[in-house]
Design a protein around this ligand. Structure first.
Ligand SMILES: [Zn+2]
Length: 219
C-alpha cells in the first residue's frame, strides 16, 4: 500500500501505519465527549484539518427531534434539504451540540463527495496522462494520515473524503498521484516524472501541504 501521507490532525492518535502497511480495519472512536451514543461504523475523526467549511458547501437545515423512547443512540437522516437528527431526551445541550455538528459535517461531506463520479474521473485522467486505470476507486471516511492510498496488487485506490470539499483540480492531482503509484510504488524520480504530467501538480501539492499544516512533504 502506498499513499499520500498527511500530518495527523491535532489531538489524533498517530497510527502506526507506513506506506506499506494496510490501514487498520476499524478506526478508534472519536476522542469527543458523549460516550453513550453509537457512532456509525466508518467514523470520521472529529478533529480534522480545517477544510470542510467553505461557502460552496450545500445548504442544510437541521431539525433536532428528542425522543423519550430513544435510550442511547443518535441517528440522522436527510428529509428533502432538512437533516433530521434524533437524540435521546436525556442528552445534555453540549452533547446535542456535538451531535448536530458531527452529523452536519458527515452529511455535508457525503453530499460534496457525491458530486464527483470518481470512476469516470479516474478513467479520464488515466487516458489523458497515459497512466494505468484503477480496478476500483472510492471515497473513504476516517483516513487520518493521508489523502489517498493505492494498492498496486489489486489496483484499488481510496481517497480520503476530507478531500471532497477541495477544488476539483486538487482532487484530480490526488487521483493522478495514486494512478502513478499503480506503475511506480515509491516516491522515486520516475514516480515524480509521471505525476509531473499533470500540469497543476506543483500547485496542488502546495495546496495540500498548506491544508495539512505545512509539515508534510511526502506528496
Ligand atoms: Zn504517494
Amino acid at each position: 500500500m502506498v499513499g499520500l501521507r498527511r500530518r495527523p490532525p491535532p489531538g489524533a492518535i498517530p497510527l502506526p501505519w507506513t506506506d506499506l502497511a494496510p490501514p487498520p480495519a476499524v478506526e478508534p472512536p472519536p476522542p469527543n465527549p458523549p460516550p453513550p451514543a453509537d457512532p456509525p461504523p466508518a467514523d470520521p475523526p472529529s478533529t480534522e484539518p480545517p477544510s470542510a467549511e467553505s461557502p460552496s458547501e450545500p445548504a442544510l437545515d437541521v431539525r433536532v427531534i428528542r425522543s423519550a423512547k430513544r435510550t442511547r443512540t443518535s441517528s440522522a437522516r436527510l428529509v428533502g434539504h432538512t437533516l433530521e437528527i434524533r437524540l435521546p431526551a436525556w442528552m445534555s445541550v453540549a452533547e446535542e451540540a456535538h451531535w448536530v455538528a458531527e452529523w452536519t459535517r458527515r452529511f455535508r461531506r457525503k453530499m460534496t463527495a457525491d458530486r464527483i463520479d470518481l470512476s469516470e474521473r479516474a478513467a479520464l485522467l488515466a487516458g489523458r496522462y497515459d497512466l494505468p486505470r484503477p480496478e476500483s476507486i472510492r471515497w473513504v471516511d476516517g483516513m487520518r494520515t493521508r489523502w489517498g492510498s493505492c494498492t498496486p496488487s489489486t489496483g484499488a485506490i481510496r481517497l480520503s473524503s476530507a478531500l471532497a470539499p477541495f477544488p476539483d483540480w486538487v482532487i484530480d492531482y490526488v487521483i493522478v498521484h495514486e494512478l502513478a503509484h499503480l506503475r511506480e510504488g515509491g516516491h522515486s524520480p520516475a514516480f515524480w516524472r509521471l505525476v509531473g504530467r499533470y500540469p497543476r501538480a506543483e500547485r496542488a501539492r502546495g495546496y495540500l501541504i498548506a491544508k495539512s499544516g505545512g509539515e508534510d512533504e511526502a506528496y
